[in-house]
Design a protein around this ligand. Structure first.
Ligand code: HEM
Length: 395
């Protein structure tokens, strides 16, 4: 492990300070150092850590759940994710088996109309900030899918808002807020159990632990989907030739390739691991990076370019992981795709033209990767020609 390439360190803090301030530049530096030597590099983050971004590493980490454990990973510092399937190791398969059915692809069809109707309450102005709109639209859609829009919208907003702030805000325990949210969810769950229903809560409430899983998965699904939607709108506004019904799925995939909200996944090793002639010790952090894997110049043509047309072909195996992979594949993948497709289709219905005005799309890594914002765009009643020019950067 000591002989793995390492980005430049600072005295005493190792890589911790750079990780806190500019993790993407640290990742880019490590990736460049190891591009031709196994795509694995070491970091000193208080604990020894190994970052890999080759398909082989991704497959190993995501399929060997006994060795690559979630407990003790970075997710464990966010109270929003505690106690759910995300951080479960022993019994993970059974728990996923219980919680999977309402999130399956076919179950989504019963939610589609409700999600569509919820969007109508978020009609954007002709000029709007895509990031702020995405935030409101995703809250509405989640409320519709989970609770038939019966949950107090202010409570849902307040509960999820800290997740969008930089660290350490999302890591601060909030017992009173969580207690309010739990009470509201328990009350709604009781109603579903006595009166029936067909939203996600109705299905989850019937399983012990299901209500808590609803709360935790809301946290996992909120800013991830919001950021993807905001970036997709921005890219559409900059590439208006893709603002058409048959282009939206490719735009979503390409947005998730360039800006995977889950830019970094982490695990802890339950035993020593041999990797490319190195011993990675038990207890070390093992990281995979959907962000680096999807920008590997040896696997992707023009990886830094936004090219939805690349989705005419399948991506390289284990190199496109915006939703993770293996048994821990994102529980909400189909729900996220449903919300993204419906929200973009709704914008198209509101107006066929979209143009980027000004904004700051610089990626800001927090719990998830998001654009700095704002992202000001304009809808117009006629399709926008490609030659309309790019956006003005925010000074
Ligand atoms: C564009 C939106 C989303 C993205 C990019 C995303 C990304 C991811 C990723 C990368 C993982 C795997 C993490 C790892 O390997 O450590 C994951 C897991 C998870 N996601 Fe999502 N997610 C999204 C939306 C959602 C939604 C809407 C939900 C709501 C149900 C959700 C719930 C979960 C849960 C519960 C897990 C843990 C699964 C497990 O460990 O078995 N996600 N997500």
């Amino acid at each position: 492990m000591h002989s793995l390439p390492q980005p430049a360190t600072l005295p005493v803090s190792g890589h911790l300070q750079r990780w806190g301030a500019q993790p993407l530049s640290l990742l880019h530096e490590g990736a460049a150092l190891s591009l031709d030597t196994g795509k694995t590099f070491a970091l000193r983050l208080g604990l020894p850590a190994v970052v890999g971004y080759s398909p082989e590493w991704n497959r190993r980490l995501l399929t060997d759940l006994d060795t690559f454990r979630s407990a003790g990973s970075f997710s464990a510092v966010v109270p929003y994710l505690a106690g759910g399937v995300i951080l479960t190791d022993a019994g993970h398969r059974e728990r996923r088996g219980a919680v999977n059915p309402p999130f399956g692809k076919r179950s989504m069809e019963s939610l589609r109309e409700r999600v569509r109707a919820a969007l109508r309450a978020e009609k954007p102005d002709a000029t709007f900030d895509a990031l702020a709109w995405a935030d409101r639209a995703v809250l509405r859609m989640l409320n519709a899918a989970y609770f038939s829009s019966d949950l107090d919208a202010h409570l849902l907003h307040d509960f999820l808002a800290p997740l969008r702030s930089p660290f350490p805000v999302p890591a601060i325990p909030r017992p009173l807020l969580f207690a309010r949210m739990n009470r509201a969810l328990d009350e709604l769950a009781r109603q579903r159990l006595t009166q029936g229903g067909d939203d996600l809560l109705f299905h989850l409430a019937r399983w012990p632990g299901g209500v808590r899983e609803a709360r935790i998965s809301l946290a996992a699904g909120h800013d991830t989907t919001t950021h993807t939607l905001a970036w997709a709108v921005w890219h559409l506004a900059e590439h208006p030739e893709w603002f058409r019904e048959d282009g939206l799925k490719s735009v979503i995939k390409e947005t998730l390739r360039l800006y995977p909200p889950g830019w970094m996944g982490s695990r802890r090793l339950s035993r020593d691991v041999q990797w490319q002639g190195h011993t990675v010790p038990k207890g070390a952090l093992a990281l995979y990076s959907p962000y680096l894997s999807a920008r590997d110049p040896q696997l992707w043509d023009a990886p830094e370019a936004f090219k939805p047309e690349r989705w005419e072909h399948n991506p390289p195996a284990w190199a496109y992981l915006p939703f993770g992979g293996g048994e821990r594949l994102c529980l909400g993948m189909h729900l996220a795709n449903l919300m993204l497709e419906e929200a973009l289709a709704y914008l198209l219905e509101v107006a066929p033209g979209l143009r980027a005005l000004r904004g700051d799309p610089t990626p800001r890594p927090g719990v998830t990767l998001g654009p700095a914002g704002p992202l000001m765009v304009r809808l117009s009643p006629v399709p926008t020609p490609r030659t309309s020019g790019g956006a003005t950067p925010v000074p």
